[in-house]
Every structure is written in C-alpha cells, then in structure tokens.
Design a protein around this ligand. Structure first.
Ligand code: ATP
Length: 573
C-alpha cells in the first residue's frame, strides 16, 4: 500500500495537484495547498455535488453561513460539551500525545517467548526531533541506555531515521533485542491506545480533548488581557488561574465551526420564511470546517482544515424513516457515478454503540484506500435533536405549522404506514419539529478517493506510466489542443479550436511544447485529461482535426467546428 500512496503523492506534487503548505518555510504538518490541477479537481467535485443537490432538484436550496461561530450556538448543539476525542499523555517524552508534538508508538511485534524485538515508528516534525525522541524512548525503556550501544541485558539500537512519508514528518525506528529471558514482556500502545490487559510503560489514562479551534473576536490581544489580569490579581492556584482566564477570555471567545451543519440549523426558520419552503425540503451548504484533530493522517485524508459538502433534509416526522432510506441510496449512487472500480466503495451501518448521541441511525460511505477502508461520507438520521436544541436554547419556535398534513407528493404510494400520519380528527393544523436526514461528505477525502480510484499504472516496455482515469466531469483539464509540431502555420487553427472550447467554458489548454506528440499525450494521460485534439498539416488544408480519447486511445477525425459540440455532448452524458 505504501508505494501506491507514495506514487500518488509524488504525482500530485510533481504535476500540481497538491503541495505541502508553507514548504519553503519548512512546512506545517497537516496543512496542504491545492495546486492549479488540485484546485480544479476539488472545484469540479464540489460543482457536481452542488448541481446534483440543488440545481437538479426542486426541493433543495443553498446556503453559505459564517465560519466564525459564537459560543452559544455550539453550546446549544452539544459541541462544547461533547465534541472531544480521547487524549493520552506520553510519559516517555513528557509530551502530550499529539502528532505534531509527541511520538506515535505502534506495536509492530508483541513479545513472544525468547527475544523481544520491538520496532517503534516515530512521527516527528523533523528529523532532528525524531532522533531526539528515538534517544529519549530508548533511554526510558532501559535507564541509562545509549542509543546504538550494548546494555547488560538488552541490546538496543536506533535504526536510521527514514525520509518523510508525507508532509514534513520524519519517521524513526528503534529495535530492542532482549537477551535476558526473564525480562517482563512489554506491550507498546497502538496510536496511543493500550490494548486491554497490557502493561505499557507509556501511557496515562485517556482524557477528553477539545476538538474545536477557539479564537477571539477582540481588538485587544487576549494574551495581553490575561497578563494584565494575572498581574493585577495574582491567582493562588491552577483552578483560580483557569477561572481568571475564563472570565477574561470568555466574552470574546468564538469558534471556527467544526461542521457546516449548525449554520444551516440556525437559519432553518429564515429559509422557511423567505423561500416559503415546506417539509420535505433540504438546505445544502459547502464550505470549510476546522477540527483540532489529535491525529493527522494520510495527507489530505485527515487535516485540521477541511471542506464539507452537507445536505440537511427536513422532513415530517412520520416520513423520516422513508427519507433516511432514500438518501442512503441516493448518496451511495452519487459516489458510484464517478467511480472506475465500484467494488472499492461500500456502505457500512453504524452499530448502536457507535451512534452519536443525537443520531437515530447512521451509515458511512467508505472507500478502500491503500491503508484500508476509510469513511468519506456519513448519512445520518438526526431526528429532531438539532432544531429542538436550538429552540430550547433561544426560546425561538423552530417548528412547522402544517395546514394540510399528509403523505408528501414525492413519497411513493405505500412507502409510509398510514396509521403514523396525522388525521383530520387529531386536530388541524398540525405543529411539528421536522426531523433531519443529513448527508455529510468530505470534499478533500472525495478528492483523495477519486485520485486513488483513477490512478492506473500501465505497463510499458520500460517500466510503467501513469494514466489518471478521472471521470471527464471531474478531470481538471478537459481538453488539450496540440499542434503536431509547434509551427506558426498550425497555431492559428489551434487558437480557433481552443477558443471555441473556452467559449463553452470547457477548461482547455494548448500544449505546444517542443516534445514528441506521444509524450504530450502521455503528459495529459497522467493528469487525467479525457480528450486531446491534434492539429496537423492536413488540418490546415481540410479543416479537420483528430480527437484522441484518453481511455480507449481511439482517434476520430472531425471538422474543427464540430469539436466543441462533441466535447460538450460527451461531458453532459
Ligand atoms: P472520522 O471518523 O474519520 O473522524 P467523522 O465521523 O468525525 O470522521 P463526520 O463528523 O461525520 O466525520 O464528518 C463528515 C465528513 O467530513 C467525513 O465523512 C469526512 O469525509 C469529512 N471529515 C471529517 N473530519 C475530517 C478531517 N479532519 N479531515 C478531512 N475530512 C474530514
């Protein structure tokens, strides 16, 4: 799996899909910049989602809400109290177990009878720190041990510090060899979690860790405020320091939203009023979310700053099971539309102990990445939890007054048990808080999944070459217009073809480098360009050009004026 991942990351960097952020300043772990091709690919996925969710439906509208979110909103939603992960302290490095700060310890081999042979990969911000950690861990395991030296009963050495796998990490390894058969077995934790019954020397019990990024809406630097307060009223204990700091900072504290959904819930009544919406209806939103993830992993799979494509679909309570089923199918089908290998996509229902406290049901859509199955989207039946929470916290009525309740027109006959639907004799109108079915898709993870899905290494006589079999609507460049050789007499027609495509808003490049035509085709195969249009010397005489198709390699000769229509039709099928 690692070579495939490395090859893809290498391609992404070499061809301008993805760059480690701030690389010339040493990089920042977990931060990535999207290059010219990555920005297009990401935008194309987002546009496909928006078009499918909003433009192709009559019952969904879009919204774009603030990233900066007041404390009250996230207190009401439950995030302030519940949105935490388990954090463990690493006793060895005396550091908190954070990927940017502390070693990541992993069991590679558990001790069996005989030799103890442990390998401990360490992810550190840079090689120097990785080396320091290797030494620290080695010394803590065997007090007084010096890396790469013999100790009385344990042979211990630190292996090379290997090159970064991703971002600006370095990875170190320690091998411990037990020579004393009486030595107690040691179990190292996996990602900070100790398997039950093990006796790891590393880790403290877990405690909650706030996943949200706090910031301050304050013209005065919050640090200055804290300094002023503590200088004027010196606190006497940790508890009083905390409460003094809280008092000073709380009024200006805001959060970067950890999901886009809450912006939708607090605008539910605005949309209802202005759009005259009536359940079932949906609100779609795409945008950035932020999570102070303890573990950052697999390039853009898990980063602190990411983008979500979320749809909150509000339904009458008696229709909620039907709509949950509906969106599960719809969303999975959406993913498969762009897939080359559908077998690498699957759905997985949450078991009852996995369900978030607010959810009545949840299904993940997963992709089989080289390191295993990973969630790319969640579809959840959130009941009336969110609207009720915000209604309770604000005193606003977030219910819907239904003058003519019944089964919605868009629900097929027989899909809902009639005894659950309110009847005339129950009293008119009916007031209810709609239930919500949510689909929450990660845009960056979608991009990574579709990049892996498209990544094809085609064997050649000498080695192999990469063809990115991206769906044409996702491909960053749709069409490359290529003069057979870059001579002025061909360039006029090249310009006409490219211009006709650009007027159709088809992202087109002119590939006039002084390279063999085959090389230029391959360069475009490598970034997933579905069509190349070649202009040769015949073209100047008869006005005909050649369209080459990426996947089949098929070539067709057409009049240059037809190119735009052919490509447009193919993009729309
Ligand atoms: P995970 O279990 O992987 O942490 P999650 O269940 O917390 O994900 P959700 O809260 O359901 O994720 O968010 C919906 C989607 O947002 C996920 O399916 C994923 O695609 C994306 N997502 C969540 N966290 C991140 C992140 N840190 N980096 C990139 N994408 C993310």
């Amino acid at each position: 799996s690692a070579p495939r991942f490395r090859a893809l990351l290498d391609l992404c960097k070499r061809r301008g899909f993805l760059f480690p952020s701030a690389e010339i300043h040493g990089g920042l772990r977990g931060a990535y910049d999207y290059g010219p091709l990555g920005a297009e690919l990401k935008r194309n996925i987002a546009n496909e989602w928006w078009s499918y969710s909003v433009y192709q439906r009559s019952d969904v509208v879009g919204l774009d809400t603030s990233i900066i979110t007041p404390h009250n909103v996230l207190k009401a939603s439950g995030h302030v109290d519940e949105f935490t992960d388990a954090l463990v302290d690493c006793l060895l490095s005396k550091e908190r177990f954070r990927p940017d700060k502390a070693p990541k310890l992993t069991v590679v081999e558990t001790p069996k009878d005989g030799d103890l042979d442990l390998k401990i990969p360490i992810m550190a911000p840079d090689k120097t720190i990785a080396k320091q950690w290797v030494t620290t861990i080695a010394e803590q395991l065997v007090p007084g041990a010096v890396v790469s030296r013999h100790k009385s009963d344990i042979f211990l050495h630190a292996e090379r510090v290997v090159e970064p796998v991703e971002g600006s990490n370095a990875e170190g390894k320690i091998f411990l060899k037990r020579t004393d058969p009486n030595m107690q077995p040691i179990t190292i934790s996996y990602n900070g979690y100790v398997a039950p019954g093990s006796n790891s020397p590393f880790l403290t019990a877990s405690r909650p860790f706030d996943l949200m990024f706090k910031t301050f809406l304050d013209p005065i630097d919050p640090i200055d405020r804290v300094i002023q307060t503590t200088l004027s009223h010196p606190p006497s204990s940790t508890t009083t320091v905390r409460s003094a700091v809280d008092t000073v900072l709380r009024p200006s504290m805001v959060y970067l939203r950890p999901e886009t959904a809450q912006g939708v819930f607090i605008n539910y009544h605005n949309v209802l009023r202005t759009m005259k919406s009536r359940p079932p209806f949906g609100i779609a939103q795409m945008g950035k979310s932020f999570r102070n993830e303890i573990r950052l992993e697999h390039a853009i799979f898990r980063t602190p700053e990411f983008e979500q494509l979320e749809l909150e679909y509000f339904v009458p309570p008696w229709e909620s099971s039907y709509w949950f089923g509906y969106w599960r199918q719809e969303r999975f089908a959406w993913w498969l539309r762009y897939a080359n290998d559908p077998a690498r996509f699957r759905t997985r229902d949450h078991t009852s102990d996995e369900l978030a406290h607010y959810a009545q049901g949840c299904m993940d859509i997963e992709y089989e990445f080289p390191w295993g199955w990973g969630e790319v989207e969640g579809v959840a039946h959130r009941g009336d939890y969110d609207l009720k929470q915000h209604a309770r916290a604000t005193g606003e009525r977030l219910d819907f007054v239904d003058e003519s309740p019944g089964v919605s027109e868009s629900v097929p006959a027989g899909a809902i048990a009639l005894e659950t639907v309110p009847k005339m004799e129950d009293g008119w109108p009916v007031r209810y808080v709609p239930h919500v079915v949510e689909s929450s898709c990660g845009l960056n993870r979608s991009m990574l999944a579709y990049l892996f899905d498209a990544f094809d290494e085609v064997p050649e006589e000498t080695g192999s070459r990469i063809v990115m079999r991206l769906h044409p609507r996702l491909a960053p460049v749709k069409c490359a217009v290529i003069p057979l050789i870059p001579r002025p007499e061909l360039m006029e027609l090249v310009g006409l073809v490219a211009g006709s495509l650009r007027r159709e808003r088809v992202n087109t490049v002119v590939e006039a480098q002084n390279l063999k035509i085959g090389k230029r085709y391959y360069r475009h195969d490598e970034i997933g360009t579905p069509w190349c249009v070649t202009v040769d010397f015949e073209s100047v005489k008869d006005g005909k050009v050649t369209i080459r198709e990426r996947d089949s390699g098929e070539q067709m000769r057409v009049r240059w004026e037809e190119v735009r229509e052919i490509i447009r039709d193919r993009l729309n099928t």
